[in-house]
Ligand binder design. Structure first.
Ligand SMILES: [Zn+2]
Length: 269
């Protein structure tokens, strides 16, 4: 339905931008520009802050995916692409990690990287005053505050143990280690992901009705994406073989998905 545009290579991995990314980038940039502490900078500066902060946010999502990809490479698994799309970023691995420990480490590398970026941005924010010229100090501080907040949310939200998020993959790795069966572990983690997604959707509906704030409808959209991804994974593993000689359809590649910070809180600086 949408096209993906290759925009370059990072450490030998193709970087794609999906057409669905452009509207979400514009929406995030505009939302940051209109947030209370940014709006006071005046509309030109506010939109400049919004545009830069949203770009830095997606750059940090790419670095998060790169952390997954380079950890996977360490275990002999290559990554065919890293893509930005409507719901954040995704690294498409060419194979599953070779064992539960590798699986858990590949999954944990992303949130660990986001937490490190949040700490670095927070440190940079504290150092803005003596370094950045006064004219740009407020804008720089606003961008760094946003990048700190967004990466902290990215690290935390992705650790929720619900597939397809990173925490769900850690849960899968744990079950794989305990039961010794990767597919059964994946199916269970996918079921937990479906249950979480449905609860998240219900919470979104309640929030829309209770507060009459339509932004919460986005939670329902994200929940729909989580449920669909988990369901596709679950069904692929549970589908019985059609013929004895034909193996059941199995996902051939492993996708490590990062859901954007927008899912966990309203955009604010
Ligand atoms: Zn991730």
């Amino acid at each position: 339905m949408f096209r993906a545009y290759p925009i370059g290579r990072l450490c030998g991995i193709r970087l794609d931008v999906h057409a669905s990314w452009f509207p979400i980038y514009a929406l995030i940039a505009a939302t940051i520009a209109n947030a209370e502490p940014v709006r006071v900078l005046g509309w030109i500066d506010a939109y400049a802050v919004g545009a830069v902060a949203a770009l830095v946010l997606f750059a940090s999502v790419v670095v998060h995916e790169l952390a997954h990809a380079l950890t996977a490479r360490r275990f002999g698994v290559q990554t065919s692409s890293i893509s930005l799309f409507l719901f954040g970023g995704v690294a498409t691995l060419e194979a599953e990690p070779p064992g539960p420990l590798a699986d858990a480490l590949v999954a944990l590398a992303g949130p660990a990287m986001s937490a490190a970026i949040a700490l670095a941005a927070y440190g940079a924010m504290l150092a803005v005053d003596p370094v950045v010229p006064v004219r740009y100090a407020d804008s720089a501080a606003a961008i760094l505050a946003y990048v700190t907040f967004a990466n902290a949310v990215l690290a935390t939200f992705n650790l929720i143990p619900a597939y397809p998020m990173d925490g769900g993959r850690v849960l899968r790795a744990l079950l794989w280690r305990l039961r010794g069966d990767r597919d059964r572990a994946t199916a269970t983690a996918a079921l937990v992901g479906i249950a979480f997604g449905l609860s998240f959707a219900a919470a979104g509906v309640v929030a829309v009705v209770a507060t009459r704030t339509w932004q919460f409808a986005w939670y329902v959209v994200v929940a729909g994406f989580l449920v669909r991804t988990s369901w596709v994974q679950y069904r692929a593993l549970r589908r019985p073989p059609v013929l004895v000689s034909v193996r059941p359809s199995r996902p051939s590649a492993s996708e490590v998905v990062s859901v954007g910070a927008r899912t966990a809180d309203r955009w604010s600086v």
